[in-house]
Design a protein around this ligand. Sequence first.
Ligand code: DWN
Length: 408
Amino acid sequence: MSDSACRSCGSAPLDSFLSLGETPLADALLREEALSQPEPRFPLEVAFCSRCALVQILEEVPPQKLFVDNYLYFSSFSDELLRHTRENAERLIAERGLDENSLVVEIGSNDGYMLRNFVERKIPVLGIDPAPDQAAAAAEAGVPTLTEFFGADLARRLVAEGRYADVIIANNVMAHTPELNSFVEGISVLLADDGVASIENPSVRDLIDHAEFDTIYHEHFCYFSCTAIDNLVRRHGLSLNAVDHFPLHGGSLRWTVGREVDVQPSATAQLASEREAGLTELGFYAEFGDRVERIRDELLELLRRLRAEGNRIAAYGAAAKGSTLVNYVGIDTDLVEFVVDRNVHKQGLYMPGVHLPIRDPAVLLEEPVDYLLLLAWNFRDEIVAQQEAYRERGGRFIVPVPRPEVIA
Ligand code: DWN
């Protein structure tokens, strides 16, 4: 039990069901000169609210520390993600009849990876993202961006200027705010009367079903089910009208939300399915901690055995989820020599906690690495296809979740 109040409905106590220990901030990659300095660590504990079904972490690291001070995540380093967002943009343009008289607002617009699809079609856009480097990259892509956190106050400022959104996009951002009710209230304030909000986040059901425990880190305050979303948006006069499920990021949900109540079978079916599967009860989450410990032990045993047999192991993807995995399992340079990552802003830095050096994937052509631990497993197909030369010389991958598995 925890006396923390639910971030959505405010009820207490919450039922804690998993602890990943005290971990460093997942995206707080280090410069070499910082390796000898102490790194802040914070408890990473997950709890369930039996009243509104929201899964959430108990610790609250200030968002300024998470997303502004040296935030290195740029969305445009994944072809699969760029393809997914283009399809989403084209669907919204067609379904909503967007044109030069419309306004599309994206919360968490990062480097403009999504809104640039609307800019190309001469549809007015506004990005909102507190990370200065990403906002600067967006501006270069023709996406005007407010470098701020989103909430009800900002929404009220925008509508005071007469700016109402025909479409609000919030992909992989609603989990990132500790002020969940202000965030959703802001959507309700900013949305035009016949507007629609398209909200995407990883699915907590997939997280549990596929043991994606590494997607738990301090940037993600919440882990959503449709039930939790339905309870949350109703509180702010909005209706969960449609739900789509797709494999991105290990399994994600897209919730279509509007002021008008127009609930589609896709929403009704998902809510019923969650009730039947037990996502509205603590029991669904209760055994997860034991499963996570088994994965940790199996992965550690596999890595140690491969190293004892003389194999060289590196890792692929200096992902935030990778930080959770290597720190919770205890994977340091004795087991994994380095991590490769295409994000040039991460190369030359070190993973937090275990201090794995991050290098350009091109080094794989010179270094005779035998195994690559796939920290960015959510882009498995894209990365395996990309690393054909590595595979042709016999290199193999280790996929850590849902169970550690070696693939060629
Ligand atoms: O919610 C979040 C998710 C959506 O993205 C953010 N809080 C932070 C971030 O989490 P992540 O760092 O775990 O995301 P990714 O996109 O799964 O990380 C993939 C990493 O792998 C990136 O650093 C880019 C890199 N990468 C690569 O080097 N080569 C990715 C691909 C596809 C590649 O081909």
